[in-house]
Design a binder for this molecule. Structure first.
Ligand code: SF4
Length: 240
């Protein structure tokens, strides 16, 4: 059931009006939702992490809807990204309003809230899920104890759901091939089909210790890894 008033509570920190790379094969807009429960060392979206921000720092939902109304027939999809979109209770209502305009719905999530993810899945056509590390290694990356288990629970949920799925990992600059190999093996074993490794750009990372950290090129890190069990395997990021 649609609820425009509830949708209006969505805190939006930014909007990309047109992108060809955030939803596979579709022209899309991206809505950046405020708020995230984690503080990843390499996060470069520091301005999106707090859910409660001043009105000057956010875009009112009615402006977002007005903009989307002008893009009917021009865009195929709208992607809810963040921050962590599922951190906000208004997400489902906002997705319903967006679907009512005729757009497909994409979701970029870290999987922090599997139960909320389960509830909104009927509204979603495609999901990009960040799996950052093996579950035990999450706290060192996110700063939050117990953050790995919900992310992997979200993965298990999405692997059995009727939605398109891409699993992504941003590779921290201080990872070695053994860490990456263990993660790639675990993901292949769960049945992940579409997998993407993303180069980390630490220039604006939350952890200043990463700013000047040299990173092993992704191409070098993946050399020798068995990625043949993925139907689709990609590297993403400038120069890899
Ligand atoms: S989950 Fe994403 S938005 Fe949240 S802190 Fe980590 S990188 Fe930043």
């Amino acid at each position: 059931m649609r609820d425009p008033a509830e949708a209006a509570a969505l805190r939006v920190g930014g909007l990309t009006p047109l992108t060809t790379i955030d939803y596979p094969g579709e022209l899309a807009a991206v809505i950046y939702c405020q708020g995230c429960p984690w503080r990843c060392r390499y996060c470069h979206n520091g301005h999106l992490l707090e859910q409660e921000t001043s009105d000057e720092e956010t875009i009112a939902w009615d402006q977002v809807i007005e903009f989307l109304g002008t893009r009917r027939g021009l865009l195929d999809a709208v992607v809810f990204s963040g921050g962590e979109p599922t951190a906000q209770g208004a997400l489902a209502a906002a997705m319903r309003e967006t679907r009512a305009l005729g757009f497909k719905i994409g979701l970029h999530t870290g999987g922090a809230y599997p139960q909320r993810l389960r509830r909104i899945l009927p509204l979603v056509d495609w999901v990009a899920l960040d799996i950052k590390a093996l579950a035990a290694d999450y706290p060192a990356l996110t700063g939050v104890p117990g953050s790995g288990e919900p992310a992997w629970e979200s993965l298990a949920l999405l692997l059995t759901a009727a939605v398109g799925l891409e699993v992504r990992t941003t590779v921290p600059p201080d990872w070695d091939q053994h860490q990456l190999a263990a993660l790639v093996e675990a993901l292949a074993a769960t049945g992940v089909d579409h997998y993407c490794l993303q180069r980390c750009d630490p220039t604006h990372s939350l952890d200043p210790g990463l700013h000047d950290q040299p990173a092993t090129p992704l191409r070098q890190l993946v050399a020798g890894l068995d990625t043949s069990r993925f139907t689709q395997f990609k590297l993403r990021g400038a120069g890899y």
